[in-house]
Design a protein around this ligand. Sequence first.
Ligand code: HEC
Length: 323
Amino acid sequence: MEKRLLVYIGILSISFILLLSCEHDLPNASEIPEVCFGSEVLPIFQTGCGISNCHDAVSAKDGFIYTNYASIMQTIVPGSPDESKAYQSIISLFDHPMPPNEPLSLEARTLIRIWIEQGAEKTTCPDDTTTIIASYPCFEREVLPILLSSCATTNCHDAITHEGDYIFSSYTSLMESGKLVVPYSGSTSKLVKVLTGNAEDIMPPPPQDPLTADQIAIITDWIDNGAINEVCETLCDTTIFTYSEAISDLIVNNCKGCHSGSSPSGGVSLTTYDQVKLIADDGRLLETIKALNGRPLMPPSGSLSNCQIRQLEKWIEAGSLNN
Ligand code: HEC
């Protein structure tokens, strides 16, 4: 999907340049690969607009619902983004933008625009049905967050410190970091060896907690399957937000690396339910993941996905239970 997006954005930029230079020869939206409503557009509306207290079927703020094709089409004029109220509200970035306080990304806005220009059909892509959720872990979704929160930390393997010349903050830097990863062979990869090493040379070093067995298994499995840099379909589902099914893993994989051990970052430890509950209750959990009220953005390497933020919000709204 990322490659397709680059193509869309590329074509849009060219259109823009052409628009500036002359008024003719604009590429026609029909020449751009078809945007899929089902896998590309609907999730943006569902997670950005059709959420509780906003435009879900129950709240239907201002009479608008954005949860399925029929409801979305109430404010779309096929072929004309300019006349489509839904599109106008997501691009009016300075005047009542939607979603409030959290504009959609440029990519998301671009996709919606192209989809409308292409006729706003209820398209599903041929590969929608064949999107096999790979049976092995995917780098961006599962491996990188672990590396970012447990290894690419300040004073360790981030781009500035690059302790031992290892940088773990991106696929390229990881793979260039001197043969740490031997594709298809987790057991001989130095990365796995240090994670499972004995007390003196185990990584992350004490006082940080070692990675969990699950996390080590994810990394090993990813290497055993070729250590490929894949952009993956998100498995995140905003309808799943219990502590056991969603929140616990989210915190372990995105926060715990820095917020554990004997001197956790910011003095905040996030290794048990009670500790997570504490920052959920005092508001700091939401404030940090959304960088509100002057709080530092967490995780510092970049925001969680909208879907993950939504899961945390829903879990908190439901009472942040240990469920
Ligand atoms: C790469 C390391 C790292 C990761 C990963 C990380 N944090 Fe932090 N966190 C820090 C540091 C460093 C501070 C202290 C920064 C400061 O106060 O400016 C901090 C501070 C905090 C604070 C206290 C903020 C305050 O103003 O009192 C909270 C709450 C927090 N983090 C939550 C989280 C959550 C939730 C996650 C995961 C979604 C997370 N952090 C992921 C490094 C990290």
